[in-house]
Design a protein around this ligand. Sequence first.
Ligand code: FNR
Length: 403
Amino acid sequence: MKLREIAELLGSPGERFHRSDALSRCYSIDDLARRARRRLPAAAYDYLEGGGEDECTLRRNRSALEAIEVTPNVLRDVREVDLAITLFGARLPSPIILAPVGGPRLFHHDGELAVARAAATAGVPYVVSTLSSVSLEDIARAATSPLWFQLYVWGDRGISRNLIQRAQQAGYEALVVTVDCSVRSKREREMRAGVTLPTPRLTARSIVEGARHPAWAWHFLSGERLAFPNLDVGGDSRGSMQELGRLFDGSLTWDDLDWIRHSWRGPLVLKGLLSADDARRAVDLGVEAIVVSNHGGRQLDHVPAAIDALPAVVDAVGDRAEVLFDSGVRRGSDVLAAVSLGASAVLVGRAYLYGLAAAGDAGVERAIEILDEELRIAMALSGTTRLTRGSPVVGSRPSVASE
Ligand code: FNR
């Protein structure tokens, strides 16, 4: 281990300097992931990184994005490349949105507040999870860029109605209902690592891991206890993730969209669809956007890579709703591929979590900066100056019509 890293781990006075120095030497999201891995105990890293069962879909998300070929259009004037898009009538500086994530204080003590600060600096929307580790109101007070609220609809619909009202009152602009979590999936990597949220279990292994990651352990033990403050469900909110899993009771159906639609004033987004039929049905029921997503490979294993499911959903929806995309994005060229295949914008999950774990808000900012810069380069080199849904570039797999 280098001296610089030891100083950082022990939180020396030079930590901030070394951290920003080290961050600027993170050239890719994978570089941030390596830093995150060094800073986090194994259980926290496995919770961040893992997927469902054999993680086939987790790997497939990456291999499908890597298999996309871009055929550039040459000899275009690409001096002015514009990443901006318009979504729900608002202009956004780039097509990147920060995806909802449960329990970010496990990755960095500032958790959602750090993410909200970084989102504000970059001007990108941040989708706050039902399972956030800071209350949705506290995040709203800290945020200055658009916030959306992600809803898990629990068996007890009263909890969900209450969350919708609170999000509306706190000024959240869009409601994102996640529909690929009818039950919690089997995440064996988490089971083996002994992940229990929000309260980590004290075992010989977790004590050793804490000792190996003193900066993380210090903040974790001296800070406010990790919890899911949005949930008013008594003891369950403090129980294990398995206990919490009981709240996903599998009873959510299309009929529920009706009361959700009527309870929410503003754009309604369904997250976690992969089939064209489901997308058509969602749009018929009046949703403004869908997120083609397999939850980053964390739910049902063996579902298609989300990028492979995107073109059929785009065809089915046409211009009746916005189609957003997530699962597997690690490069600006992945963002360009998704927009080329018809996505209006792209959510990123792990990409910014690596930054968060590596260095708090500065790390999240760095993750967004890396993706933006790579997107700008990919656009210029492919002869694209504007992100018009479905129109720019060009892939030979999956097939996309050339300009
Ligand atoms: C998630 N995701 C997620 N989605 C959601 O709707 N509510 C949630 O609370 C969470 N929690 C969560 C925790 C962690 C640690 C991860 C990595 C992901 C899924 C997330 O919103 C998004 O769909 C995926 O992260 C996208 O895939 P990538 O970008 O991580 O590959």
